[in-house]
Ligand binder design. Structure first.
Ligand code: ADP
Ligand code: GLC
Length: 493
């Protein structure tokens, strides 16, 4: 099965969130399943400077406002997965982030930057750019890659099938309607039945409308996005796709997230040898200036600080966490108001609350290893990876019952000897009392040492690998590719 994976960020080269973790691990898992897989990535500095053995495949004429566009073939560092990289210096080689400049403003030419990514994907898939390779399936991730589905649809031969994965419906890739001519598509693609969305152009809608199949990163989120509460205005479009929309839960990369092999930790540990976790906790308390108390329940957060993540609820219940004798460490970046609120919380509770406002990959590993519990009280969460990293590290998740959190965390009840196979604590409403109740139950459970160890070990034993999800994607690819072959056969008859 020839598969082209298209995305804008990839761990460890460029990362703004979990999408990068997925693109850093899923391709390798698909290769292990026998896929003839290639990545297609924009030539952002972090990517173009890191790929190995880059060779020129072809020169692509001036397109999307870029005078010089070269398609390179290379290998990813570490995994050696084959990758195509679009070298378009004018569009991609610049400082700042993949989507935003240093001040947090969207790049003004994102339509061209990600229009190009989608267009190249469609050309490549149809064998127009590399004479040695074409794709049977294009798998596009999030709005950044979604235009590949529209360009494939618009292509007269329309040979490769497409799968579009929604990682987060909150980011849609909206652009002024007047810019549509820059996309080089016929005007019929600009109607409300296609890309038009309330007077704007929506790249997300290109994926939702034109992909052969749409997936999201958890089964629960797949159901949620068909509702007004979670659909971000696209619920009608999603409902319109009916059974074409499904959820495949993300896995985690065991090469990167494994407490028994994690070189970031002051001491490694495993489910059978937990002593190292206490060393990680002591080091974390020290690093964040917290009182060195081995028996105090230590809550951790590693997160983008945005309203999605529900961290205002944590601020609301903080006095109660302190009153119950807990400690809190937070590592995150994001909205200025949340950053300021967490900074103030740390100042107000010296020795009990520690906050690091910044992005630090190694620090994230150390925090997740050192905390007793990880808080993920999201308002919505397509999948969520940090609760899974928590499970793997014996750091018990406390989560809201939404999206992938609902699909990965099972409530352990009230601390009585566990009969159910709970692996964490789950609450329903996005209100402080509900979160507070879940934290109280976790703290009660924590006091019962043996029950707590058992709970940690249940989580550490979960199968969270990418093998199962990769098999599900392979089955989906086979399905869409055979539908496409069938279609072509009918066209010829
Ligand atoms: P999202 O993609 O919505 O941000 P996920 O839970 O899927 O949420 O993935 C978040 C990823 O980003 C995880 O790998 C997490 O460890 C990482 N992360 C988030 N904030 C930080 C931070 N401040 N420093 C380091 N890693 C972070
Ligand atoms: C998005 C979602 C997150 C998910 C990640 C990877 O960023 O917000 O829930 O885990 O994508 O799929």
């Amino acid at each position: 099965m020839k598969v082209l994976q298209v995305g804008a960020e990839i761990y460890p080269l460029i990362k703004t969130g979990g999408l990068a973790d997925v693109l850093g691990a899923l391709p390798q898992a698909l290769c292990n399943q026998g896929a003839d897989l290639r990545l297609l990535l924009p030539g952002l500095p972090g990517i173009i400077d890191a790929v190995l053995h880059a060779k020129r495949v072809c020169q692509i004429g001036p397109v999307f406002g870029a005078a010089s566009v070269t398609l390179l073939r290379a290998q990813m560092p570490y995994t050696h997965v084959p990758a195509y990289v679009i070298d378009a210096p004018f569009l991609y080689r610049r400082g700042g982030g993949p989507y935003q400049d240093r001040h947090g403003g969207e790049w003004a030419d994102n339509l061209q930057r990600f229009g190009l990514l989608g267009w190249v994907a469609a050309q490549l898939a149809q064998g127009q750019l590399d004479p040695d390779w074409h794709a049977e399936v294009v798998h596009a991730h999030d709005w950044h890659a979604a235009m590949s589905c529209a360009y494939l649809h618009a292509h007269p031969a329309d040979e490769a099938a497409s799968v579009f994965t929604v990682h987060n419906l909150a980011f849609q890739g909206l652009f002024p309607h007047d810019d549509w001519a820059l996309l080089g598509l016929s005007s019929r693609y600009m109607s409300p039945a296609a890309l038009e969305f309330h007077g704007q152009l929506s790249f997300m809608k290109a994926g939702l409308k034109f992909a052969d199949r749409v997936t999201t990163v958890s089964p629960t989120y797949a159901r949620e996005i068909a509702t007004q509460e979670f659909g971000m205005g696209l619920e009608g479009v999603i409902r319109g796709r009916g059974a074409d929309v499904s959820g495949i839960l993300n896995g985690i990369d065991a090469r990167v997230w494994d407490p028994a092999a994690d070189t970031a930790l002051p001491q490694r540990y495993s489910a059978g040898q937990l002593q190292g976790k206490a060393v990680c906790k002591a080091a974390l308390q020290k690093r964040f200036g917290l009182a060195s108390e081995a028996g105090t329940p230590l809550l951790g957060v590693v997160s983008r600080l945005t309203s999605q993540k529900g961290l205002d609820l944590v601020l609301s219940v903080l006095p109660e966490i302190i009153r119950m004798g807990g400690q809190l460490v937070v590592q995150g970046t994001g909205e200025a108001s949340l950053e300021a609120a967490f900074r103030m919380a740390a100042d107000a509770h010296p020795g009990r609350v520690g906050v690091l406002l910044g992005y630090d990959e190694i620090g994230a590993h150390r925090l997740i290893a050192g905390a007793d519990m990880i808080l993920v009280p999201s308002r919505f969460e397509p999948c969520g990876l940090t609760q899974m990293y928590g499970l793997r590290y014996g750091t018990v998740p406390i989560v809201r019952r939404v999206g992938g959190l609902a699909d990965t965390v099972r409530d352990a009840g009230h601390g009585e000897p566990s009969t159910a196979s709970g692996n964490g604590f789950v609450f329903d409403t996005a209100q402080p009392p509900a979160l507070q109740d879940a934290i109280s139950r976790a703290f009660e459970h924590y006091l019962r040492h043996d029950a707590w160890i058992e709970l940690m070990q249940v989580g550490m034993g979960e199968s969270l690998s990418w093998d199962g999800p990769a098999q599900q994607y392979m089955a989906l690819y086979e399905h869409v590719a055979s539908d496409r072959r069938e279609h072509r056969r009918k066209d010829l008859d």
